[in-house]
Design a binder for this molecule. Structure first.
Ligand code: ADP
Length: 609
């Protein structure tokens, strides 16, 4: 929130106060000094002027006094004339006194009555004694300040009279008062103008500062788009320039942090592994989408929770035992329905053996890997087991032969027959294994050619019909007349069909039917081979394509199966981009279907043979 600075707290007000005070103080000092000087000067000038006039008057009066005359009346008139002539000073009075202190004349008309009377002034007395006396007086009536001069009138070293002057100096003080007033007015005007100027000048200082303040507030809210205006090259201008630089750099820094953040978050969200970060106490601070999926939780739920709780490890780990986390552990979240294994790898964030600042946990779904590993282990166990059985059988028969059975020709040939069968079975098994391992290693070579599929399937069935006669098995063919060409490896598909048909024959009862049906389905052909045999229980149906899986182990083995036939068939059909599956009702019969994509076919009618 922007807080407005009150006027009395503002820089403007402070500047105004400072300037006004400066001006007032300056004017005061100037005023006091100037007025004192001026007053002194004026007073001096006045007294000098008075003294000069008095001296001039004294000289003329002396001339008049020493002048021989018949009567004293003319003297009074002459002196009056002199007074008027030499003493036209306003607001002042000049009296002429003779040796006996009698006032001969006065320049002030109102005081005419004192002419002829004796003067009582002390200064007059002193002047008659021959000493000039001057001084300042205050008029008791008006209160005016006056300059008083008493001057002896001498005629050749003898005092023959005196002049007494009282001159008001009020005019000077009035003038001083006026000058004081002018000064005061001037000061007031100066103060007013200064205040206005200061407000204007202060604006040039506070304007940019307010601008910068606003910009700083905007920056605080994450808006770096604006710049403050630079008004000049002074300190404030430089501050504004630096401020703009700072804005730019902050903007850059902010943008790069944003970029890094985005990068990190996009890396985290696109990672196929789950990532969890914790703080130094082991509480969750970050979790990516994948981790949420793997742990079936949400970031909001997991936030601030201890890592062991989120990984459901609480029984074995406590939150504070961060150091105890091993490099990686396996978490088993499997339930009855499906397996789910996670590998959690931990790495501790720590700077040069300093305190631990957090832990990064990477979660990896290892269900598939573990499953493959498990399958591999099972496979090895199965292979060993499959090989051991014929070997032990052979060993026991050979031992029996060695122990004397060889003497009995009939028994011996029977025993040798068994060992031969077992050897053949082992060879079949090893051949099947070799073929599977070749398919697995992906360097299996297929030789694709366009094959007339109808012809191809008829040929195979013809071949089996010969063998089927022993078991009295009938083949039922449902094969369309259209000639259908399929791009395939003839030998491999022959192997697939051989395996399926021989299984059908193996598990069929005497006199049963084996039907072979060919269908077109979109871009695929579908071959279905059905028998009327024992069938396969429901829960075993998807497993029959697994390696070494047999529904009835003992029986299958006695028939001579390796348990690898359908597994090989599945791999070969998949290599031709086809599918293979089973449909069966236990006790009633089994149908194995497989599809193959075909290239072209030529018209004709469906025909049951
Ligand atoms: P095998 O060499 O033992 O026949 P396969 O992989 O060909 O191995 O078959 C796997 C198992 O599937 C057999 O052991 C058998 O139990 C079952 N099976 C396959 N075909 C049929 C069928 N037509 N009828 C009944 N069971 C079958």
């Amino acid at each position: 929130m922007e807080k407005k600075v009150g006027f009395f707290k503002s820089i403007q007000f402070k500047l105004i106060i400072i300037y006004v005070l400066l001006i007032v103080i300056a004017m005061q000092i100037i005023g006091v000094y100037f007025i004192r000087q001026l007053e002194d000067q004026l007073v001096n000038n006045y007294t000098e002027m008075l003294d000069e006039r008095a001296n001039l008057l004294a000289y003329n009066i002396e001339q008049e006094l020493v002048k021989p005359r018949e009567d004293n009346t003319s003297l009074g008139i002459d002196i009056n004339v002199l007074l008027r002539e030499f003493f036209p000073v306003e607001n002042s009075e000049a009296q002429v006194v003779d040796m006996n202190k009698v006032v001969l004349a006065t320049s002030k008309a109102q005081n005419r009555h004192i002419v002829g009377q004796q003067s009582t002034e002390v200064r007059v007395k002193r002047a008659l004694l021959g000493t000039k006396d001057t001084g300042f007086l205050r008029d008791p009536e008006t209160g005016h300040r006056m300059r008083v001069v008493a001057l002896p009138v001498k005629s050749e070293y003898e005092t023959i009279g005196a002049i007494y002057i009282e001159a008001s100096m009020e005019e000077i003080y009035d003038q001083m008062q006026q000058i004081n007033n002018i000064l005061a007015k001037g000061t007031a005007i100066a103060v007013a103008i200064t205040a206005i100027l200061v407000i204007l000048i202060a604006r040039t200082i506070t304007g940019p500062i307010i601008d910068m303040k606003r910009q700083a507030q905007r920056m605080g809210k994450g808006d770096f788009t604006r710049q403050v205006q630079v008004y000049g090259r002074d300190e404030i201008g430089q501050l504004a320039t630096s401020f703009n630089d700072l804005t730019f750099k902050l903007k850059e820094a902010n943008a790069s942090t944003e970029r890094e953040k985005k990068k990190l978050s996009s890396v985290l969200s696109h990672m196929t592994d789950g990532v969890i970060a914790t703080d130094h106490r082991g509480n969750i601070i970050l979790m990516n989408k994948r981790a949420e999926q793997l742990l079936e939780t949400t970031s909001e739920e997991a936030y601030s929770q201890p890592l062991p709780d989120v990984l459901r490890l609480s029984e074995t780990f406590s939150a504070n035992e961060i150091d105890d986390y091993s490099e990686s552990i396996l978490l088993d979240f499997s339930n009855e329905e499906q397996d789910f294994l996670l590998q959690a790898s931990f790495s501790v964030i720590q700077k040069d053996n300093g305190p631990i600042t957090g832990i990064i946990t990477v979660l990896h779904d290892v269900t598939e890997r573990e499953k493959i590993e498990q399958e591999r282990r099972e496979f090895v166990a199965n292979v060993s087991h499959e090989l051991r059985t014929p070997l032990t059988t052979m060993k026991s028969y050979l031992e029996a032969l060695e122990d004397g059975a060889i003497e009995d020709i009939e028994l011996a040939s029977k025993f040798l027959n068994v060992t031969q069968n077992e050897t053949e079975r082992m060879i079949r098994l090893v051949n099947d294994l070799l073929q599977l391992s070749k398919i697995d290693s992906k360097d299996y070579q297929f030789v694709f050619e366009d094959v007339n599929f109808n012809q191809f399937i008829h040929n195979i069935i013809d071949r089996f019909e010969m063998m089927a006669k022993e078991k009295n098995i009938q083949f039922v063919r449902t094969i369309p007349l259209e000639v259908l060409y399929v791009k395939m490896d003839k030998d491999k598909i022959t192997q697939v069909i051989d395996n399926i048909i021989s299984n059908a024959m193996k598990y069929s009862p005497d006199g049963g039917n084996v039907s072979v049906q060919l269908l077109y389905q979109g871009n695929n052909l579908r071959l279905s081979i059905s028998d009327e045999g024992v069938g396969i229980p429901r829960d075993s149906q998807i497993k029959i394509f697994d390696r070494f899986y047999r529904v009835d182990k003992a029986r299958a083995r006695s028939i001579g199966g390796t348990g690898l036939g359908l597994a090989i068939a599945k791999e070969l059909v998949h290599a031709h981009r086809g599918e293979i599956w089973v449909e069966s009702e236990y006790g009633k019969g089994t149908t194995i279907h497989f599809t193959l994509p075909y290239s072209t076919f030529k018209g004709g009618e469906s025909n049951e043979v």
